[in-house]
Ligand binder design. Sequence first.
Ligand SMILES: *Cc1c(COP(=O)(O)O)cnc(C)c1O
Length: 410
Amino acid sequence: MNSPTSADRERQVYLDNAATTPLDPRVRERMLDWLGTETGYANPASTHAPGRQAAMAVERARAEVAALIGAAEDEIVWTSGATEANNLAIFGAARAHGERRGRRIITLRSEHKSVLEPCRQLAREGYDLVELPVAADGSLDLAQLEAALQEARTCLVAVAAVNNETGVRQPLTEIATLARRHGALLHVDAVQAAGRVPLDVAGDIDLLALSAHKLYGPKGVGALYVRRRPRVRLQPLLFGGGQEGGLRPGTVAVHQVVGMGEACRLARELMDSEPRQLAQLRQRRWSGLQQLDGVVMHGRSDGAPHILNVGFIGVHGEALAAELPRLAASASSACTSAQGAMSHVLRAMGVPEQLAHASLRLSLGRFTTEQEIDLAVEWITAAVDRLRAFSPVWRRWRAGASLDIMYGGA
Ligand SMILES: *Cc1c(COP(=O)(O)O)cnc(C)c1O
């Protein structure tokens, strides 16, 4: 390890890139062109010259988003973020296809709330929702998916390519094949996959959600891929001026979508190098933490390269957070920890509640340095050692007790 200087010790280390990423300066630079008072403010739906210029910028950005996922330009719909994209995909597909394809919707218990909650709302409206369990390592059992598809006619399967809390990847190709075989549409939440693992909608993906602010772009903008050939019809959530082919009316936020376009362009440019760098940093962090005994990885080592979710046996979760004031990381999920409840993702994986609370999601990004990783590992190691000194659970673990005995079973 490099030995950190005293200035480093004052700094915050940001390891919460799965919650949001900083804006890449190159993205900000492009956005500024569309935030002027002299130029760059026209409505892209206007037919005058400045309007047409804005419309061209919007279409260039759309082409960049499309290129990142192997789609065509006319298959990308702008939204306010991935929450809206997931809602539009799920409500839109269920309402347009539920009658013909069947009223069953299949998703996973470990999905992001912006997938689970629209599905649950549809269940309240009379759709037949199946939330499939996941294994202890977070992966989906394809046989269970197939059984759920065989059991009832299904309009939609909704899964994340990469889980936002654990980095676990789901086998999209196999899922797509099963969905297609049973006449169901496939929606993929690709927010955490974009720029980290290869994505190609050519593999029978019908709908796919992206968010700019998880990809070094601005907050408040996202996109939904909607397959054109064969065309996937959606019922819109909003009705208005007919923009985005009527699927998402409202004046397009030019500076936002230009930012998202540039973020996607950079992600594609860096696709050969950045995931490898992230994987190296992740390995450095995992090796560092493994020096501590009693550390459990929630997820799989073949997960997305930027997320590592680890539990520390024999440590109280809140105490751990209090011991790490300079580490900006997430106690499993930003949304979940605000409510103080256990992460529904770790629960779905059968992680004992106390261990789930004593877990950290450390997520790396483009601007994370080796030195930051070393600092974080040093801080965490010191904090965990301090807390374990007083921990009866830790003493029992050291004496050979199993997790089940200590935590009362999973
Ligand atoms: C952050 C996130 C979302 C929501 O994206 P927003 O653009 O913030 O609405 C959806 N799915 C996953 C997997 C995420 O990580």
